[in-house]
Design a protein around this ligand. Structure first.
Ligand code: FMN
Length: 374
């Protein structure tokens, strides 16, 4: 039964720092591997504007901050002028639909191979420990090279310049990718970081690189348009922390040093399935309470769980990954309680400019023959 008179919690408006949102259904960052030669393509304007709504918030796929930032085929960058120019029409297309658009800034660190690196060099990381072969079946990542202390300011500066470039491209703000086992986590988490200098050992030392990136980006573009994504409880790509709650608590307190820091986007721990339903473990609440800015929760949400967590005040916004990937009109489907298209894993990272990318049907398409999701 859908009650149209009363807006569901996910579809209520909210202030978002200096911005206004008309609903709380966020497009999660989704790598799609269709930016040939690391340059965003015109088909991305179609894809993102399909998912844009007036007063909605979209976050881009992870976008490289430098030539050493890549580890997957055909991912976009934002370190060259050509890339900045290529983003402009994509950002414009999203803005014409009335949505906010944030650029997720990324460095993969050791989640890479020499083939993706300039001159076939080793990928860089906090460590020279290679990711174990079972971290991702079928993938072998190269042995990384440990960054020396005096190289670190240069990497921080790559994030700063990428943020400047994102604003030049027209983005409303940036999201620092501090999640999912990539470079920032390779410093933050104690399973990966084995340094003995100022960037390793204590929690403060392990977080130093991430905090320096935050500080540099805030200084460059202003706290009011900076967010960060963190996944303290995940163990992706051999990045695990022995005390994830302490790590998350430390990081949100560092964010709070910046008056008006816009948002903290956290990924839920892996979910258990109980009685056939995914259970959201709701372990992020302490950090949401400590953090002064807006909170985005992500990972495993559906319509029901999303409405529940917004109603309970567990989070301000909910980011949807796979469901939004397969349902360009996800907020509208939620509003109507309509059935959802199923996502097709086999085309998540394929390079076709249309198939599995811009061809998921809208509810209003008459040729909609999509199966419904249980
Ligand atoms: C195809 C695909 C690509 C992804 N790419 C990114 C990415 O670029 N950056 C990121 O932070 N997370 C990425 N993720 C993780 C999602 O943002 C999200 O956290 C995850 O899918 C769980 O949310 P969901 O259950 O709503 O899909 C990706 C996930 C998928 C399925």
């Amino acid at each position: 039964m859908v009650h149209h008179q009363e807006a569901m919690p996910l579809l209520t408006p909210t202030k978002f720092g200096q911005f206004e949102l008309s609903h709380r259904v966020v497009l999660a960052p989704l790598t799609r591997c269709r930016s040939y030669g690391n340059v965003p393509q015109p088909h991305a304007a179609v894809y993102y504007s399909q998912r844009a709504t007036r007063g909605g918030l979209l976050i881009t796929e992870a976008t490289g901050v430098s030539a050493t930032a890549q580890g997957y085929p055909e991912t976009p960058g934002i370190w060259t002028q050509e890339q900045v120019e290529a983003w402009k029409p994509i950002v414009d297309a999203v803005h014409r639909k009335g949505a906010l658009f944030f650029c997720q800034m990324w460095h993969v660190g050791r989640v890479s191979t020499n083939d993706f690196q300039p001159d076939g060099q080793a990928p860089i990381s906090s460590t020279d420990k290679q990711i174990s072969p079972d971290a991702e079946p079928g993938m072998v990542y190269s042995k990384p090279r440990r960054l020396s202390m005096d190289e670190i300011p240069g990497i921080v500066d790559d994030f700063r310049r990428a943020a400047r470039n994102a604003i030049e491209a027209g983005f409303d703000g940036v999201e620092i990718h501090g999640a999912n086992g990539y470079l920032l986590e390779q410093f933050m988490k104690d399973s990966a970081n084995d340094r003995v200098d100022e960037y390793g050992g204590s929690l403060e030392n392990r977080c130093r690189f991430a905090v320096e990136v935050v500080d540099a980006v805030v200084h460059e573009v202003g706290a009011h348009r900076v967010g960060i994504r963190l996944s303290p409880f995940l163990d992706y790509m051999d990045c695990v922390d022995s005390d994830p709650a302490a790590l998350a608590d430390y990081m949100v307190r560092q964010l709070n040093r910046h008056e008006g820091f816009l948002y903290c986007h956290m990924v839920e721990p892996r979910m258990a399935v109980v009685d056939g339903r995914r259970q959201i473990p709701h372990r992020l609440l302490p950090f949401r309470k400590t953090f002064n800015g807006m909170f985005i929760a992500a990972g495993g949400y559906d319509r029901e769980e999303g409405n529940k967590v917004v109603a309970e005040g567990y989070t301000d916004l909910v980011a949807y990954g796979r469901l939004f990937l397969a349902n360009p009109d996800l907020p509208r489907r939620f509003e109507l309680g309509a059935p959802l298209n199923k996502y097709d894993r086999t085309t998540f990272y394929s390079q076709d400019p249309v198939v599995g990318y811009t061809d998921y049907p809208f509810l209003d398409d008459n040729n909609n023959n999509s199966a419904t999701q249980a």
